[in-house]
Design a protein around this ligand. Structure first.
Ligand code: ATP
Ligand code: MG
Length: 287
């Protein structure tokens, strides 16, 4: 439980936000899982710890690219004390491979967020270079992909700095992941501004909720890939004929266990740290 003087300020689909004071927030990652922007009624035990630990791991390693909001991880392994920022009104998406909504857009138009792509790409193919493909931050419903011009309208003259930062973060995390046998197909993060107007990485970073991680030894373009993300839960939800509106379906025990195992495997492969070690001392990911 957060300390008593913390005031609850918001509930996201996955996180509870508390104000510690005017400058600091406590972000508590629950075990909730959302697919197709709907929170599923069944929790995945320890998922919030995996997200918090992985984000902390990346925050500790990307400071030379951009400062971030992390102040401390709490002993529960799921609570992050962070700097309270003014969040930019867009999702920073970077794609190294063509999949998901990017693949759908490409099939329909040959473009993704205004980037004209080579003809004849197959599903999950590696792009000639990583692309910044921002989307709106929908208050309700689904985020929508937008062009560079639309993004520049949302955030003004910081656009180029944001794009460069997003691409640098992706390249760093993709290279680290590759060294661990994992492809970082795409990822999404949120940037904010601090009181001095400096750009700061916030929210979560390079987790299975915000990224598509594919085991490199199974990679084979021309089809959808197996992944360490929510795809397994999405597939289950679609297999029961769910219409993707509230309420989502309950998950059977074996789907919960398999999903939990995938999140933990992603944590352990990416960090090289055992999950038990993290639970015993969350700060291990910051060293
Ligand atoms: N340092 C920060 N300062 C201010 N807000 C932050 C900071 N870090 C994260 N947030 C916000 O906290 C929320 C995290 O909650 P969560 O991830 O559960 O939300 P979500 O499901 O992604 O969607 P939504 O934001 O639409 O509720 C996000 O709205 C994010 O923008
Ligand atoms: Mg979120």
């Amino acid at each position: 439980m957060p300390e008593t003087q913390a005031t609850h300020v918001a509930s996201g689909k996955v996180r509870e936000l508390y104000a510690l004071d005017d400058e600091r927030l406590l972000l508590v990652a629950s075990d909730r899982i959302s697919t197709f922007d709907v929170v599923i009624p069944t929790d995945i035990p320890d998922k919030g710890r995996v997200l918090t630990g992985l984000s902390g791991f990346w925050f500790a390693r990307t400071r030379q690219i951009v400062p971030n909001h992390l102040l401390a991880l709490r002993d529960d392994g799921r609570s992050t004390e962070c700097r309270r920022l003014e969040m930019l009104p867009l999702e920073c998406v970077v794609r190294g491979y063509i999949t998901g909504s990017g693949w759908k857009d490409y099939l329909a138009t040959g473009e993704v967020c205004g980037h004209v792509l080579p003809k004849g790409l197959t599903e999950s193919e590696r792009l000639p270079q990583p692309l910044f493909t921002p989307s709106t931050k929908a208050q309700t419903g689904h985020d929508e992909n937008i062009t560079r011009d639309q993004a520049a309208e949302l955030i003004g003259d910081r656009f180029e700095e944001v794009e460069r930062t997003a691409l640098d973060l992706y390249r760093f995390a993709a290279a680290h992941s590759e060294s661990r046998g994992i492809i970082l197909a795409d990822t999404k993060f949120e940037l904010g501004l601090d009181a001095d107007g400096a750009l700061v990485l916030a929210d979560e970073a390079f987790t299975p909720d915000s990224s598509r991680f594919w085991p490199a030894d199974r990679y084979s373009p021309g089809r959808a890939q197996r992944s360490f993300d929510k795809q397994y839960v999405r597939d289950y939800c679609e297999s029961v004929g769910w219409d993707k509106t509230y309420p989502g379906p309950e998950l059977p025990e074996e789907v919960v266990a398999e999903t939990r195992a995938k999140y933990i495997e992603a944590f352990e492969r990416l960090t090289g740290i055992s999950f038990d070690e993290y639970v015993a001392d969350p700060e291990v990911v910051l060293r």
